[in-house]
Design a protein around this ligand. Structure first.
Ligand code: IPE
Ligand code: IPE
Ligand code: MG
Length: 267
């Protein structure tokens, strides 16, 4: 079982740099359109922002960076755009994995990978295995990912593994089957590009995450913009259902039996 399986009970120290940042990288198409370029030029430029963010997270001691690269709904886009996005993914794996490895980055890819061609699936497996021992930063790419898909696949796997407990499952039973079982829940969520929605990203894991929306388009997002998001995050008080007064008296309260993650349906 993952040690992070019920992290909504943990109260991280406030004012810290976020341990886990999750980003919806949006606005590539609009960035290109503003420059009278094809949408795909925006995606190509967006890869550079990914590089900059990985470097920035390493420098700031952020342990987990999760990026939404392709949603389960993005297959609805024109075939030409989907093909280019897949090519960019393959190219990034070919060129970036060595550098990631050298810098101590562990790469993980979450999502329904069965829809990708065999070559891409194989490249993902090789990259994950090669970087498995790294612990400076865990970079997770969500590809053909959907938050509803994630919860469903976890529920289905739990049902097969522990059928005798059906009707009495707790949050902590499901958590190890979710695709991000290896990471604490995101502290800070950022969406670039001006839209203020989750678009089926990490539905379960964002339950108590702090949200930051910015108009900045992903190709223009940079270190300074990340620092603004972090500064905003650090000014917030994360209460996890408690009151300010309680937190001032005891900033790191232990989980209680009344916490949802430890409650039982039949209790
Ligand atoms: C996000 O940028 C990248 C992907 C969804 C792959 P968009 O392509 O959604 O850019 P906009 O929202 O059309 O500007
Ligand atoms: C969300 O962006 C998915 C990714 C960034 C990969 P979209 O551009 O697909 O989201 P919607 O369609 O505007 O909600
Ligand atoms: Mg978009």
């Amino acid at each position: 079982m993952s040690r992070f399986s019920s992290s909504t009970q943990d109260i991280p120290a406030s004012g810290d740099v976020p341990r886990h940042v999750a980003i919806i990288m949006d606005g590539n198409g609009r960035w290109a359109k503003k420059r009278f370029m094809p949408r795909v030029a925006g995606h190509t430029r967006g890869v550079e922002t990914v590089r900059e963010m990985v470097r920035a997270c390493l420098e700031r001691g952020i342990g987990y960076l999760t990026l939404f690269a392709f949603s389960s709904e993005n297959w609805r886009r024109p075939e030409e755009e989907v093909t280019l996005l897949m090519q960019l993914f393959v190219r990034a794996l070919q060129h970036e994995v060595v550098k990631l490895h050298r810098n101590g980055v562990r790469l993980r890819v979450i999502g329904d990978l069965t829809r990708f061609d065999d070559k891409l699936q194989q490249m993902i497996r090789v990259a994950e295995e090669k970087t498995a021992g790294n612990d400076k930063l865990t970079l997770t790419i969500a590809a053909n990912y959907g938050g509803r898909w994630d919860i469903l696949q976890a529920a289905n796997r739990l049902a097969l593994a522990e059928p005798e407990k059906a009707g009495r499952w707790q949050e902590s039973d499901l958590a190890p089957y979710l695709s991000m079982h290896y990471a604490p829940e995101p502290d800070l969520f950022i969406r670039t590009g001006g839209e203020e929605r989750i678009s089926n990203f990490l539905l379960w894991q964002l339950a108590y995450t702090e949200f930051h929306f910015t108009e900045t388009l992903w190709p223009e997002f940079n270190e300074a913009a990340l620092d603004l998001a972090i500064a905003s995050f650090r000014r917030r008080e994360r209460r996890f259902g408690r009151t300010s007064e309680q937190l001032r008296a005891d900033p790191h309260p232990a989980a209680t039996a009344a916490d949802p993650a430890s409650s039982r349906l039949d209790a």
